[in-house]
Ligand binder design. Sequence first.
Ligand code: HEM
Ligand code: HEM
Ligand SMILES: [Fe+2]
Length: 459
Amino acid sequence: MQYQSQAVAKPYFIAAIALFTGQILFGLIMGMQYVVGDFLFPEIPFNVARMVHTNLLIVWLLFGFMGAAYYMVPEESETELYSPKLAIALFWIFLLAGAATVLGYLFVPYATLAELTGNDLLATMGREFLEQPLPTKLGIVVVALAFLFNITMTVLKGRKTAISTVLLIGLWGLAIFFLFSFYNPHNLVKDKYYWWWVVHLWVEGVWELILGALLAFVLIKVTGVDREVIEKWLYVIITLTLVTGIIGTGHHYYWIGAPEYWQWWGSIFSALEPIPFFAMTVFAFNMVNRRRREHPNKAAVLWALGTGVMAFLGAGVWGFLHTLAPVNYYTHGSQITAAHGHMAFYGAYVMVVLTLISYAMPIIRGRAANSNKAQVLEMWSFWLMTIAMVFITLFLTAAGILQVWLQRVAEVPMSFMATQDQVALFYWMREWAGVMFLIGLIVYIVSFFVNGDDKATAR
Ligand code: HEM
Ligand code: HEM
Ligand SMILES: [Fe+2]
């Protein structure tokens, strides 16, 4: 570790992995409820499990991004973090607020929670991904602003690099677009319209800049390729991202009551969105092939390459599958959407955070890389989780195709619930793949606790 303050990333990474585990457990609970309707009812209703699953996902990814920024920015800026104390304080505030929110979801009926937390003052709750009570939303803004202050001050007092600039733009964008979660017009068309300014402009806009910056950072470190080369790739990727992704928002405006021209604009621009994801894959493989050194952390290299491939498959290929208006007319809101949502979130954001943790954690713990034994376990966890996610995606895709057929195409369309019964086999298979994912995650966690006296990789 070149700068002492980089160590503040460690609690962020640990919390990220702990919340990740919680997310997966609730995913498994819901997967079970899909096939055994009253599983854990009334203790954990499906809608509650769903909020916990998706909100934990977002919150742990944010912990991951913040940890990544605290680790990367001092090294990129060649100076200590502006205020390590602030970073630690924010960690606890964010963790406690997050935990309180999840406990609120689990133990207080949602309507009561809304009443208790001032939703009548400013109604923001009840929308997918943005279910958080008002105080939590305000807390997120405060933590985000203080975090951005800390990171921005560090960049300003040190060396400015393309990577830290792109990272900063991405993180500022993340905070700014979150502000639309406070805008909740009565008009349902407007509500949906701006809801996507958070959800779509996050994952297909500003988060992609964060993804690019994290990937570029790790690639520089593990390959030793010249910074100039890597920066050129990064510029091309973020340009392609913004040119396609911003107007690409239109692929969510087909059927919500927005003007009809969105069917064209949304289809054309979002059909181009896979290009930056493809460029990211080529980028990762190209840099690793041109590497100037053999970095002892093989696991981190594997995660970096895997991120490129899986992000392209999940976001690029599975996104393209249903992005054209004439296709989306049939597939909208089906299991095809869920298949894509899972693989895209996993391939792009879960994997890039794990890439950074894989690279940075050993160094924070005082060695260039983990022992061979620990790395072998970590690579096992990579394959278990990644292959499990491929299965989850394929099973949901199969369920989705059947669902669309039976419910929307067949001559005598079936009702929603009757259709769900017909595809139950695929939901069972999804659940088993989910168990495999959990095993992969457990192996991943175990890999942190095996040291093995491998002197070759110790510093
Ligand atoms: C890493 C990037 C991405 C992530 C994390 C992601 C995630 C998601 C999620 C979670 C949803 C479901 C939203 C909801 O209704 O609750 C969704 C919807 C959608 N995504 Fe993506 N996505 C990504 C990139 C893309 C790309 C590149 C494309 C197009 C090529 C795309 C096309 C779509 C479409 C068309 C829908 C709407 C599906 C429907 O009508 O039901 N996505 N995405
Ligand atoms: C890292 C791994 C995972 C990620 C990134 C993830 C992400 C997501 C996202 C983004 C959604 C919202 C999807 C949408 O609205 O279309 C969701 C819903 C869901 N997830 Fe996951 N998930 C993961 C693992 C799992 C696992 C292992 C299971 C269970 C086997 C699971 C089961 C579910 C279920 C049942 C839903 C609700 C779908 C619905 O509303 O019909 N997830 N997940
Ligand atoms: Fe989108």
